[in-house]
Design a binder for this molecule. Structure first.
Ligand code: KG4
Ligand code: ZN
Length: 347
């Protein structure tokens, strides 16, 4: 089974062809980092315009690299939410047009479901049930993945997402956007015990997260100790990184134990972070849990994860009607929008 996945929910234009929901035959990602860098964050209007320019060349390249023609596909899957509405609409229109022109079924995919199922692309991938920690620029959530169609939200951030905290702290430090990877690199030379940044205690939400207090305490620290350089900067990055990785891993393990799940997976852009990966692996081993980490390329946004989630939805017959629309606030677990009876999806 061959499924094309298209992803344009934020600032990457991505497409991939995946075989049997397990093997990415191609995985093309066109990043808009250069476009948004000078603004210090994603500018939605610029993102949409760049997706318009990139989406068809990226799809063509994904098909070509996979050695596949449109006619060979079983379905076209596309992210329809959550994300930036203008950006989502570009991918959706491209997917609709391709599906319509080639007479292929169309499947709308939740971006977070894509992240959670990216792990299926590694060799010896876990089968559900497993506990998934989604840590990205827009989301920080714990899900019990009970099956390929059942996701139970166990906890999430009350304020900033982990990636957002990384990017905002990086900005305070004068590092380029997106800052996560720069903090990660600088932290490698730093002492994580140099500064004791606070770990938030979320009242009434033992499995919830909060990173805005941490962000404020980095700001307060910088006001007292401005313009850190060299070793001082590395120590600050390592200390901040520890204050993010510590609650994420502690709560992920608590959630897995409480839900009786023996497997833990990490996903989303921040799952590429070297300290988070190391600490998660260390604590999972202590707790007797099996841990699965996608390679960094599959942590950040990509089309392959959308194709995987699309493959499972397609196999369940969850096909979209031509009226499929994007939903910028689609909660994972809420019904898939605009489902069609099978005949309607075939023009
Ligand atoms: O999943 P993703 O590509 O896009 C969203 O769905 O948001 O995640 C992007 C986020 C950004 O905040 C970026 O700074 C962060 O992932 N990120 C990292 C690392 N690589 C990317 N954060 C920490 N360490 C990294 N190595
Ligand atoms: Zn993402």
């Amino acid at each position: 089974m061959l499924v094309l996945g298209i992803e344009t929910s934020c600032d990457e234009t991505a497409a991939s062809v995946v075989r049997d929901g397990r093997v990415a035959l191609s995985d093309v990602v066109s990043s808009q980092i250069e476009v948004h860098k000078r603004w210090g964050g994603v500018v939605p209007e610029l993102a949409s315009r760049n997706h318009v320019v990139q989406v068809m060349p990226v799809v063509d390249e994904a098909l070509e690299r996979a050695g596949v023609k449109l006619a060979d596909l079983d379905a076209v899957a596309v992210t329809t939410g959550p994300g930036l509405i203008g950006a989502l609409l570009v991918g959706l229109q491209a997917a609709k047009s391709l599906a319509w022109a080639a007479g292929k079924p169309l499947v709308g995919v939740n971006h977070l479901e894509g992240h959670l199922l990216a792990i299926r692309l590694i060799p010896d991938a876990p089968e559900p049930p497993f506990l998934g920690l989604v840590v990205s620029g827009g989301h920080t959530s714990l899900y019990a993945v009970e099956s390929f169609s059942s996701y139970k939200l166990l906890g999430s951030t009350r304020d900033d997402a982990a990636g957002e905290a990384y990017d905002k702290v990086a900005k305070m430090l004068g590092l380029p956007y997106p800052g996560g990877i720069h903090i990660d690199k600088l932290a490698a030379q730093g002492d994580k015990k140099a500064i004791r940044f606070p770990r938030a205690n979320v009242k009434g939400g033992e499995l919830d997260f909060s990173f805005s207090g941490l962000k404020t305490s980095v700001l307060t620290h910088l006001q007292k100790n401005p313009s850190p350089q060299g070793q001082v900067l590395s120590d600050l990055c390592a200390s901040f990184q520890e204050a993010v990785a510590d609650p994420l891993t502690r709560k992920a393990i608590k959630a897995a134990k409480r839900s009786g799940l023996s497997r833990l997976i990490l996903c989303g852009g921040v799952a590429a972070n070297s300290r988070l990966r190391a600490l998660a692996a260390e604590r999972a081993a202590e707790a007797g849990l099996d841990i699965f980490l996608p390679p960094p390329r599959l942590c950040t946004d990509n089309g392959a994860m959308i194709a995987v989630a699309g493959t499972h939805a397609f196999q369940r017959g969850e096909l979209a009607s031509p009226a499929l629309n994007a939903d910028p606030a689609w909660r994972l677990g809420a019904p898939r929008p605009s489902l069609a009876v099978q005949q309607q999806a075939h023009p």
